[in-house]
Design a protein around this ligand. Structure first.
Ligand SMILES: [Zn+2]
Ligand SMILES: [Zn+2]
Length: 441
């Protein structure tokens, strides 16, 4: 029996915001409420107590979008290192994009990812299957067989689903299976060989840029195919105002659409880009106006989830000229700290921020996530005031490609619990703060 004592339980699924204890038995939540007449005394000698006084107890965070690189890219990340970084970031479940080597386009790759995650993963890993064979945009992947093996959605992320015709086939198929389709929305003809957003900054840096329409044209296409087929559709890493307005209008029309925004897109803009590949990702950092629109969408409910698009690349790949470096930044360990910056700035309520990490992404996946008896014991304990500095060198990830190295944060993940098991705790800092955690009484 594990007891999370005197935390401030915030559960967006039920609107709960109250000081309570949470009892965990095995891998499930057994009870939530005030301690009984026996007060704080442990119920049994085997009861382990986590003192959560001063902390927020939230449902376990879900990341809808990450690249764990295994199989095939183990020099950049493995399921072991990636999920360890995810747990350090407060995540309890991570959706793994299929652009591995080999691509996760068949049930045997799906099964091997799940086996590896069960053996070495700190968090749950929910694989996303490819939409097309090899994500090449030609024939359909083995979607039905992958669903039986355990995929939670379908995507060709890394690249867009190639044509409207193929997308229609994928969506017709996925609609029948009850699967969601996630697209990396990008018009290839506008994308060209661009490496950042087109604008004053790209001109000044002499780098080739792509306009916002590269994304929003593809979002418009996809929303129309979603309406045509009735298939649930999710926009990956939405970065542009025009895309957000399309999703907002589509939701109003009843189209089953959703979208996610990454911490780097809601924190930075193209004006922050310097000639350093740690600022190179796709979609690229957008304009200040786009960023302002994303902040509105996060607050008003148009955006369903904060997702990291954690995209590790080993140093040798990123330490080259901006043009030649691969796209992508790491994201697990800084996501919550960056989201809390919005809370501190008064842009997001704490309840809404937690929703964007928990019931929001769960809803996108057709799941629920709540702190209630009988639910899986996945919990994220966070602080809103703990001061800390993110140092890429101390990251659990095998890669260091982040624009946030050295950033100082106020608040962040403190304890991560997956299936009743403590997979991460910021022990040292807790001791310094004079608190005691995970005391076995
Ligand atoms: Zn993508
Ligand atoms: Zn991605």
């Amino acid at each position: 029996m594990l007891r999370i004592r005197r935390g401030r339980v915030i559960d967006p699924a039920t609107g709960t915001d109250a000081e309570m204890d949470v009892w965990i038995d095995g891998d499930r939540i057994a009870r939530v409420g005030r301690p009984g007449p026996s007060g704080d005394a442990p119920k049994s000698p085997s009861e382990e107590i986590v003192d959560a006084a001063g902390l927020i107890v939230a449902p376990g965070f879900i990341d809808l979008h990450a690249h764990l690189r295994e199989p095939g890219g183990e020099s950049s990340e493995t399921i072991e290192s990636g999920t360890r970084a995810a747990a350090r970031g407060g995540f309890t479940a991570v959706c793994a994009m299929p652009n591995t080597r080999p691509v996760n386009d068949n049930a045997s790759v799906t099964r091997s990812i799940l086996e590896r995650a069960a053996a070495a993963g700190s968090t749950r890993v929910w694989p996303i299957g490819a939409a097309s064979l090899g994500s090449r945009g030609e024939g359909l992947a083995e979607i039905g067989a992958m669903q039986k093996a355990g995929i939670v959605a379908v995507s060709d992320d890394g690249r867009p689903i190639a044509t409207a015709k193929l997308l229609r086939q994928v969506m017709d198929y996925c609609r029948a299976l009850g699967l969601m389709v996630i697209d990396h929305c990008e018009d290839p003809s506008l994308f060209g060989g661009a490496v950042m957003r087109e604008g004053r900054r790209s001109v000044r840096l002499g780098l080739s840029g792509m306009p916002a329409a590269t994304e929003s044209i593809a979002v418009a296409r996809d929303l129309q195919i979603s309406e045509l087929t009735g298939c649930r559709f999710h926009v990956a890493h939405l970065s542009a105002r025009a895309s957000l307005e399309l999703v907002r209008a589509a939701k109003q029309r009843g189209i089953p659409a959703s979208c996610e925004v990454t911490p780097h897109h809601f924190t930075l803009s193209d004006e922050d880009v310097v000639y350093d590949a740690r600022f190179k990702m796709n979609p690229p950092l957008a304009s200040r106006e786009d960023r302002a629109a994303l902040l509105e969408g996060l607050a008003d409910g148009t955006v369903d989830a904060i997702a990291t698009d954690h995209a590790p690349h080993e140093a040798a790949m990123k330490e080259v000229e901006f043009d030649r470096a691969p796209f992508g930044v790491t994201g697990f360990e800084t996501a919550l700290g960056l989201a809390l910056e919005l809370v501190h700035a008064g842009r997001l309520s704490l309840m809404r921020m937690i929703e964007l990490f928990t019931s929001g992404p769960a809803r996108v996946l057709g799941k629920t996530r709540s702190i209630a008896a009988g639910e899986p014991a996945d919990l994220t304990l966070l602080s809103t005031d703990h001061a800390w500095t993110f140092l890429a060198n101390e990251s659990a990830s095998k890669s260091r490609n982040t624009p946030f190295d050295g950033r100082q944060f106020r608040g962040g993940p403190m304890v991560t619990i997956v299936g009743g098991r403590i997979v991460y705790r910021r022990d040292a800092e807790m001791t310094r703060a004079g608190k005691q955690i995970a005391r076995t009484t």
